[in-house]
Ligand binder design. Structure first.
Ligand code: AMP
Length: 304
């Protein structure tokens, strides 16, 4: 089934305890679509970049089967820029700089050939824009997932709640779930957030895995304990791309299949953090993914 992803395509500048990068390609939609490309070849992107964005990267995305008809290139504009520094625990980070550039006036246009998408991933961006995308589709997709961040919970709370009310699944981290719900217990937070609209909620806990909630059902998927985490940037988006890509591939949104999807998303994220930026997820093979999924199975499943 076809997947449409809307979100940032960016330049990132990163600092981790392992080193620094110059400007490298990043962005939520970049990680989501690259990750999803291992599951679906109907992988459509809507985003905006400036004339400074490398054409080679667009070509690489196309070679991965990503449809870039909806990637607007503003020749005399500059690409969205984000810079972050990770703390020693690699789970927390500070944003050092955000330059919206062409993203500031982004007016997402949905190409006609994307209109019939079955799965929609609204990557992290201004909530009002996420809502606009939903309204611009002639038919509501079968499954709509949304990612957001603490910034929007703080400065665009009403807009965020308005779009959250219309999606099927929300993915946020534990800190954001507490902030959005006003509850410390993640179980209570999940209940409160699901009452806001989404039937399904994923709470990401970084190196401590992810929780999947739906009604009274809960599933937990651990993160793979890795010897080295090099750069966590994009792990959440890579996870989301693997999750929704797997759902699009199997076209099954039952809770049982979401369990498999969350494991595939976690496997993709575990690769993402092994190198800086998109480097590792660009070079994966199907057998790498299968091997990691098998490792997850061995890690967490047992007979009683
Ligand atoms: P993640 O590590 O999964 O939370 O996502 C990191 C990516 O999010 C980076 O590649 C950034 O370019 C992108 N990003 C950071 N801040 C924003 C923002 N305010 N809006 C959209 N994308 C952002």
């Amino acid at each position: 089934m076809s997947l449409l992803t809307v979100g940032s395509v960016a330049f990132d500048k990163l600092e981790t305890p392992f080193g620094k990068t110059d400007k490298i390609v990043g962005g939520a939609a970049t990680y989501i679509t690259l990750s999803a490309s291992y599951f679906t070849n109907k992988n459509n992107l809507v985003a905006v970049v400036g004339g400074d964005f490398p054409e080679e990267m667009i070509k690489i995305m196309q070679d991965k089967g990503i449809n870039t008809d909806g990637l607007e290139v503003i020749k005399d504009g500059k690409t969205f820029f984000w810079s972050g520094r990770y703390h020693n625990d690699m789970n927390t980070r500070d944003t050092l700089d955000t330059q919206l550039n062409v993203f500031e006036n982004f007016n997402p246009q949905i190409p006609t050939n994307y209109q019939d998408c079955t799965y929609l991933m609204l990557g992290n961006m201004v909530p009002a824009l996420q809502h606009t995308v939903l309204k611009k589709l002639n038919n509501r997709p079968k499954f709509v997932m949304l990612d957001t961040m603490n910034l929007w919970i703080n400065i665009a709370n009403e807009d965020l709640k308005a779009v959250i009310a219309e999606v099927d699944c929300l993915t946020i981290n534990d800190e954001e779930a507490r902030q959005l719900s006003g509850e410390y217990s993640l179980r209570k937070a999940a209940k409160t957030i699901m009452e806001m609209g989404p039937k399904t909620l994923i709470i990401k806990k970084g190196e401590h895995g992810a929780l999947l909630f739906q009604g009274e059902d809960i599933f937990f998927c651990p993160a793979l304990p890795l010897e080295e985490v090099f750069d966590p940037t994009g792990a959440g988006d890579t996870f989301a791309g693997g999750f929704i890509g797997y759902l699009a591939k199997t076209d099954d949104i039952s809770f049982e299949n979401m369990k498999r999807a969350i494991v595939h998303g976690s496997a993709m994220a575990s690769y993402c953090v092994e190198k800086f930026g998109t480097e590792r997820i660009l070079s994966l093979k199907q057998e790498d993914i299968d091997a990691r999924v098998a490792q997850f199975k061995n890690l967490a499943f047992f007979d009683l």
